[in-house]
Ligand binder design. Structure first.
Ligand SMILES: Nc1ncnc2c1ncn2[C@@H]1O[C@H](COP(=O)(O)OP(=O)(O)O)[C@@H](O)[C@H]1O
Ligand SMILES: NC(=O)OP(=O)(O)O
Length: 316
C-alpha cells in the first residue's frame, strides 16, 4: 500500500459556502476510494478564491464600519484553512462512516516557512479572489493600488506574492497522525506563510503560497510515494485547447522540463503543477506524481489514466 498526498484543485471546492458544501461531498468519494483500498492518504487543497474573498470582505467591512479591522493575508489563509477543512473533514467523515470504515479525519492548521528575502515578495504572481474584466481590473488597480493580471485566459485577478515553501512547521505531528492511521488535511491553501525569526517566533507574511508547491514540500517531508494533483482535466496536454491538442500519458522529469521551455503550460494554472510534480519525483527513485481529475483518481492509481510523471533515470 502507498502513502498518497492528494492536492485538491479549485473545482473540488467551488466558490460559495453552499457550492463548497455540495462539491466536497463529491470530492470525498474518490479520496475515500483510495482509503478503502488501504492507502495512507493526506489531503491538501487550494484557497485562491476563498482567501481573496475573506480578505476583500474585511477590506470592504473596514471601509464601511469602524469596528471591522483589515485582515492580513496570513490570518486570511488561516481562516481559509478552517473554513475549507471544516467542510472537507465532515464530508470525508460522512463518506467513511457510510462505507463502514472506522477511521478519523481532522484538519491541521498548518504554517509553511518561507524566506523573508524571497524574490517573490518583489514580484506578485499568485492570482486570488474573483475574476474581473480588463476594465474592472483597471479601475480596481487605480482605486486600491493592488496589482491585477490576466489569469491563464480566464479573466483578470488580483495577484499577491507567492514565495517558495521551505518547510511545513507542523510536519512531525502530521507524520505521527498519518503513521497511526489518521486521515489528515494539511497545508491547505499552500499553508499559512510565516517567517521564522532568530527568536523562533513565527511571523505571518502577506503572501499566498502556491498549493501545488506546498503540497510537494509536504509530500517530500512525509516521504510520500505519490503526489496526486487533482484538477479539472483528466490529463495534461501539449497544444492545450488547440485543434491539435495531444493528451499525455507519461512523462519523465526531463521531458516535462522540455515542454515547460516550449511554454506548453499556462503560468498560474498548469505550470506550477508540472513544476511541483518534477521536483517531487526528481528527489527520490520510485516516486510518482499523477496529474488527473478528481473523478479519475481511482483509475489513475491503477495506471489506467491521468498523466504520470516519473524520475528521468527510471525511463532510460
Ligand atoms: N497544457 C495543459 N494541459 C492541460 N490543462 C492545462 C494546460 N495548460 C493550462 N491548462 C489548464 O489548467 C487548468 C488547471 O489549473 P487551475 O484551474 O489553476 O488548477 P486548480 O485545479 O488547482 O485550481 C486546467 O483545468 C486547464 O484548463
Ligand atoms: N494557494 C493556492 O495555490 O490556491 P489555488 O490552488 O486555489 O490557486
Amino acid at each position: 500500500m502507498s502513502k498518497i498526498l492528494i492536492a485538491l484543485g479549485g473545482n473540488a471546492l467551488g466558490d460559495t459556502p453552499e457550492e463548497q458544501m455540495q462539491l466536497v461531498q463529491e470530492s470525498a468519494k474518490p479520496i475515500v476510494d483510495l482509503i478503502e483500498e488501504g492507502h495512507d492518504v493526506i489531503i491538501s487543497h487550494g484557497n485562491g478564491p476563498q482567501v481573496g474573498a475573506i480578505n476583500l470582505a474585511f477590506e470592504n467591512g473596514s471601509q464601511e464600519y469602524s469596528g471591522v479591522p483589515s485582515m492580513p493575508f496570513a490570518e486570511c489563509g488561516a481562516m481559509s484553512q478552517g473554513y475549507i477543512g471544516y467542510h472537507l473533514q465532515n464530508a470525508i467523515r460522512e463518506e467513511l462512516l457510510n462505507r463502514g470504515i472506522d477511521k478519523s479525519v481532522a484538519t491541521i492548521v498548518s504554517q509553511v516557512a518561507v524566506d523573508k528575502d524571497d524574490q517573490a515578495f518583489e514580484n506578485p504572481t499568485k492570482p486570488i479572489g474573483s475574476f474581473y474584466s480588463k476594465d474592472e481590473a483597471k479601475r480596481l488597480m487605480e482605486e486600491t493600488g493592488d496589482t491585477y493580471i490576466e489569469d491563464a485566459g480566464r479573466g483578470y485577478r488580483r495577484v499577491i506574492p507567492s514565495p517558495s515553501p521551505i518547510k511545513v512547521v507542523e510536519k512531525d505531528i502530521i507524520n505521527d497522525l498519518v503513521n497511526t492511521g489518521r486521515i489528515v488535511i494539511a497545508a491547505g491553501g499552500g499553508g499559512i506563510p510565516v517567517v521564522e525569526e532568530e527568536s523562533h517566533t513565527l511571523t505571518g507574511v502577506d503572501a499566498v503560497i502556491d498549493k501545488d508547491s506546498a503540497s510537494r514540500c509536504l509530500a517530500d517531508e512525509l516521504d510520500a510515494d505519490f503526489l496526486f494533483i487533482l484538477t479539472a482535466v483528466e490529463k495534461i496536454a501539449i497544444n492545450y485547447g488547440e485543434p491539435d491538442q495531444q493528451d499525455l500519458d507519461e512523462l519523465t522529469g526531463a521531458e516535462a522540463e522540455q515542454l515547460i521551455q516550449e511554454d506548453q503550460f499556462a503560468p498560474g494554472s498548469m505550470l506550477p503543477k508540472v513544476q511541483a510534480a518534477i521536483q517531487f519525483v526528481s528527489a527520490k527513485e520510485g516516486r510518482r506524481s499523477i496529474i488527473t481529475s478528481l473523478e479519475k483518481a481511482k483509475d489513475a492509481i491503477q495506471g489506467e489514466t491521468g498523466t504520470t510523471i516519473v524520475k528521468t533515470s527510471e525511463k532510460e
